[in-house]
Write a protein that binds this ligand. Structure first.
Ligand code: F6P
Length: 328
């Protein structure tokens, strides 16, 4: 391990996700294991610019592996997008004798780190923390597995009331502009239709599918809509359209919103976070920088930031076919 790095800063950035605390814990303890100091940076790049730092040792991260959210808080920083903002952040890091960074966040956070590294040659490793699972180079981002389980549980509850009242529910889920959450929870919760940005079903085909469900004897239906879906302006417009064109259905809408980002991380996310934190720290100590740590074929592997932020994770087409067959 390189001995040039003596102090590593860790921070969480962008939309929070379950598992971020487990990743912070892993980074701090990997630093302790390798006798490297660790500093927590509050509020992402905003806190970096403000010098909002706190020393962290192995005991400071006790009891957080099972906590949702992030004890370091998170933020989106406009100022860090400016050269002046990044210069302030650099000065703060130098003043605190921080030699390297671990950023836990999404593609926007990695882009910021990549530019910072280019301008200051500052060593950075990234851990993908977002429920969207929209980052190239990893099969799972931190929080995605937990979000799937949270959403499928919520839809099971909606199914109870939908079937009690013979209603059609449009359930909007998060995922920004990709459909991983919608597709997986749609199959997992047995939805009659799944609307995702990657496949434009079209309003006519949606009506046809709903009519087919009705004719096949289904008295209630669930349609999962990814928030990035383009079929209608929004899920309420979809409701109005079906109200106007299918008298046989009583339609309701449920927008799950930010509850999808909360709750205790699943065991899968806790283990993934622990593996990624160790790899990020040991990568820095081995002189690596500008990489995202990811999971590929159940192996922890690194991807250059510029590929991780440029690529988009692809939708699972085989699962899309399974979802079509399941809604027969
Ligand atoms: O990126 C995570 C995410 O939850 C997206 O799924 C969602 O579109 C967005 O963040 C919401 O952003 P905000 O936290 O600013 O409301």
């Amino acid at each position: 391990m390189s001995n040039s790095i003596k102090k590593i800063g860790v921070f969480t950035s962008g939309g929070d996700s379950p598992g971020m605390n487990a990743a912070v814990r892993s980074v701090v303890r990997a630093c302790a294991f390798h006798s490297v100091e660790c500093v927590g940076i509050y509020r992402g790049y905003e806190g970096m610019i403000d010098g909002d730092f706190t020393p962290m040792d192995a005991r400071s991260v006790k009891g957080i592996i099972n906590k949702g959210g992030t004890i370091l808080k998170s933020a989106r920083s406009k100022e860090f997008r400016t050269k002046e903002g990044r210069a302030k952040a650099y000065e703060q890091l130098k003043k605190a004798n921080i030699d390297a960074l671990v950023v836990i966040g999404g593609d926007g956070s990695f882009t910021g780190s990549m530019i910072f590294n280019q301008e200051y040659n500052f060593p950075v490793m990234g851990i993908p923390g977002t429920i969207d699972n929209d980052i190239f180079g990893t099969s799972h981002t931190l929080g995605y597995d937990t979000a799937l389980n949270t959403v499928v549980e919520a839809i099971d509850k909606i199914r109870d009331t939908a079937s009690s009242h013979n209603r059609l529910f449009f359930v909007e889920v998060m995922g920004r502009d990709v459909g991983h959450i919608a597709l997986n929870v749609g199959v997992g919760a047995g939805a009659e239709e799944i609307l995702i940005p990657e496949e434009d079903l079209g309003l006519d085909r949606l009506l046809e599918s709903l009519r087919r469900s009705k004719q096949s004897g289904k008295s209630s239906s669930i349609v999962v809509v990814a928030e990035g879906d383009k079929i209608g302006k929004n899920v309420f417009e979809l409701k109005d359209y079906v109200d106007a064109n299918m008298a046989e259905y009583e339609v309701r809408v449920s927008v799950l919103g930010h509850m999808q980002r909360g709750g205790p991380p699943s065991c899968f996310d806790r283990v993934l976070a622990s593996r990624m934190g160790v790899r990020a720290v040991e990568g820095l100590l081995n002189g690596e920088s500008n990489y995202m740590v990811g999971l590929r074929n159940d192996k922890i592997q690194i991807t250059p930031f510029d590929q991780a932020v440029k690529g988009k994770s692809k939708i699972n087409m085989e699962l899309l076919r399974v979802s079509d067959i399941m809604s027969v």
